[in-house]
Design a protein around this ligand. Sequence first.
Ligand SMILES: O=C(O)[C@H](O)[C@H](O)COP(=O)(O)O
Ligand SMILES: [Mg+2]
Length: 303
Amino acid sequence: MAPPFLKTREEYQRLVDSVDTFLLDCDGVIYHGPKVVEGVKTVLDMFRAAGKKVIFVTNNGTKSRRKLCDTLNKLDLGATIEECFGSAYASAVYLAEVMNFPKDKKVYVVGEEGLEEELDEFGILHCGGSDPEDRNFKPPIIWDDFKPDPTVGAVVCAFDSWINYKKMAKAMSYLRDDPNVVLIQTNTDPTFPTHGTVYPGSGSLSIGIVNASKREPLVIGKPNKHMMDAVLAHHKFDPSRALMVGDNLLTDIEFGLNSNIRTLLVMGGVTKHEQIYGENPSKTVPDLVIESFGNFAVLADKA
Ligand SMILES: O=C(O)[C@H](O)[C@H](O)COP(=O)(O)O
Ligand SMILES: [Mg+2]
């Protein structure tokens, strides 16, 4: 059955009254690229003033918790680092605390500074990433130039605006040459919303490495439990009074479903109206739908 589309002030109020903890996706819910979604500041201020817990949960692997917090605060959203979680952080937690990644091994990073920062926080050695040697690639490919680092024990792929053939070839060869080298993807989002449309996301960038290596990657970000484990290590909340708000059915809404948390889908991000209300709707169904998270701002208007 198609989920209810919330439209009235009364419907918004009833939902808000039933929630103590809001888990908020970022790209597509809080901001679109550099722009904050209209009404979101008012909504967050109102929720916090009412004593509600707000937790930001992004799959964006370019942002460390610190960077995510800075991004939110540049938009005047008053975030604290304790409220901020990302797939880069959850990946570092997984490597350090679940895998006990050896201190003398390195991660080959297909990603940016935010991921490197989180690895540094956990004392995990890394190479690749922002190293100019890997970023400044121009054809032709000089195959003999690549001297593999024998200490690489994992390849971690995140969103990487500098993705190039050299990085892909290096990542693939670490995986090809040593079955003990593990492949981790921070997240697999095919697209993300920005500048009024959608563009290739992290999953679309790392799929070539997955294909070439023929490895089954371990995926950390939403909808996987590793992301929720990272949040739950910092925050206790009653799942029956929590709400996962997101724009992506396969990451955010599945994440809520996997965690037994109600879900609210916002439009205007990566999901199209027909995926919910069309003739062949998605099998992933949110509990509720709203045009925008900013719509709750009408509740701040006492008139
Ligand atoms: O490509 C990516 O990494 C993701 O699409 C993107 O950044 C998702 O962020 P989220 O919507 O989870 O905040
Ligand atoms: Mg999103």
